[in-house]
Design a protein around this ligand. Structure first.
Ligand code: AMP
Length: 495
């Protein structure tokens, strides 16, 4: 009855070990299988009670538990996903259960065969009070640093402490909310020198600012993927406090694209998008929802590899100049955010997919501002009414279709990041599939897609139509160029 949180752990193994459980607490485990056919149903609940703190402490003093989930709640529902449920045979332990259920039943694990509240033997007990976190081989899930009572412990669990003397600061390359961002070099003993970016925490910070600043490192340090910005370490033992990451020569993607307008091949653009999608797939697999995916938060290196950056807790959005306060008080980058996240803060990987669609649009239009100078309120209203960004110029039809898929109102109908990666891989392998472009006349009709068609006489004048699609400011230009009737507009072609 007290459950308020749970952890989902995916595993390809038939065995897992849950470590660092809180003493004297009841834990509930459920298992489900995943195969090519999708997810199976959850097993019944397996309930276990951990031994009291005094016994745990006597076996290892250092094992004071810091629980990965809320410390105030003594119950965790752990869902273990294992791909072997279809197998009907029992594992070696001879308990007569399907091998998948024996994932929790091997004698070497903390759980006994079958459903039992029996006390475990002392050897087994040692395993699960180890370092305060549930750690399972071959399984990686994101741990919210907020769940640590002491944020310093979180940062040291996930980030390496670097001696300030190993860092040479060269020049200032940007400004973050907490202080300057510099480029420089990192020379760790026994390693070759690396170019790095160094974020500094300005002097006179409050304890909360320090916590929020280092929160980003606690998150980044949990990731290890070629399309996620890599954390080298942190400097916390001397001042200024610093976060050291790999150096991305071409800076943030939005600025980079604006600077190089029209300079890339479609394949290069799709390659960038593929990288971002792969990074996002990794994050969503780890259970991390970014909430602020936008070209400004992607960094580009000298090989055009794009990496997702800007991780934070509440900080991410407070730090983003694009984020605006909504009527409910949250701060949200409206133009990049899915309607359900704006309306009722339903941030999920599916809302990240919506933002990814906007990033696709930014990339293909070389850093154009989504919805141009429309106000945030107009954007919210237009999107709610079904209006979607029109295709960028010279956009392959397959890419625009993918954008529209990411902007499905029903979040369950949007593609998942793994599907996006697969789709982009297919396009890259078959470049001729990118030759069909969205042409100018269908760009116009796309503008109208959700507003009735030109031919049906839904609009009496060009001005009325442009107003309806929030483009009223272009009325004069249409008139000056001879597009004074809806019939004339319908004839617009690329030429
Ligand atoms: P941020 O506070 O993370 O938004 O960083 C501010 C700016 O510093 C970014 O917009 C980039 O231009 C630059 N920057 C941040 N991290 C890096 C990096 N790893 N490599 C190169 N430039 C970076």
């Amino acid at each position: 009855d007290q459950e308020t949180s749970y952890t989902i752990i995916k595993s390809k193994e038939t065995t897992i070990t849950a470590e660092g459980l809180k003493p004297a607490s009841v834990y509930v485990f459920q298992i489900r299988a995943r195969t090519a056919a999708g997810y199976g149903v959850f097993s019944r609940r397996f309930e276990f009670e951990t031994i009291p703190v005094s016994v745990a402490a006597s076996s290892d003093q250092s094992q004071i538990p810091i629980i990965a989930v809320s410390v105030t709640v003594g119950v965790i529902l752990l869902a273990v996903v294992i791909g072997f449920l279809l197998s009907g045979s029992c594992c070696e332990c001879g308990c007569g259960r399907a091998s998948s259920l024996c994932a929790v039943a091997h004698p070497s694990l903390i759980w006994r065969c079958g459903y039992s509240k029996a006390k475990q033997d002392p050897e087994e007990e040692k395993m699960h009070f180890h370092n305060g976190h549930i750690k399972l081989p071959g399984v990686r899930t994101y741990i919210d640093p907020h769940t640590y009572e002491d944020p310093n412990q979180a940062v040291h669990e996930f980030a390496k402490e670097i001696e300030a003397s190993c860092i040479t600061i060269e020049r200032v390359i940007g400004a973050g909310e907490f202080g300057e961002v510099c480029s420089g070099r990192l020379k760790l003993p026994g390693k070759r020198e690396l170019p790095v970016a160094i974020k500094t925490l300005k002097v006179g910070y409050t304890e909360k600012q320090r916590r929020d600043f280092l929160g980003e490192a606690s998150i980044m340090g949990q990731f290890d993927h070629p399309n996620i910005i890599h954390l080298e370490g942190v400097v916390t033992k001397s001042k200024p406090v610093m976060i050291v990451t790999e150096y991305m020569e071409n800076g943030s993607l939005d600025t980079f694209l604006k600077k190089n307008d029209g300079q890339f091949t479609v394949i290069q653009l799709v390659g960038m998008l593929r990288g971002i999608a792969a990074g996002m797939k990794y994050l969503s697999d780890m259970g991390y929802v970014h909430r602020d995916l936008a070209a400004r938060n992607i960094l580009v290196n000298s090989n055009l590899v794009c990496k997702v950056s800007d991780f934070g807790l509440s900080r991410v959005l407070e730090d983003d100049p694009e984020a605006a306060y909504t009527t409910r008080g949250g701060k949200i980058p409206i133009r990049w955010t899915a309607p359900e996240a704006i309306a009722f803060r339903k941030f999920t990987s599916a809302s990240d997919v919506w933002s990814y669609g906007i990033v696709m649009w930014e990339v293909v239009s070389y850093g154009e501002r989504p919805y141009w100078e429309m106000t945030n309120q107009d954007v919210i209203k237009a999107v709610e009414e079904g209006y979607r960004l029109p295709s960028p110029m010279d956009c392959p039809a397959a890419l625009y279709q993918l954008m529209l898929d990411c902007w499905q109102k029903d979040r369950n109908s949007r593609p998942k990041f793994d599907e996006i990666v697969n789709m982009l891989d297919k396009l890259i392998r078959n470049p001729s599939s990118l030759k069909t472009l969205v042409n100018a006349s269908s760009r116009v009709s796309n503008l109208l897609a959700e507003h009735g068609s030109l031919g049906s006489g839904a609009y009496r004048s060009v001005g009325e139509w442009l107003e309806a699609i929030k483009m009223g400011r272009y009325t004069e230009i249409f008139m000056e160029n001879g597009y004074s009737s809806m019939d004339a507009v319908a004839q617009v072609t690329l030429e």
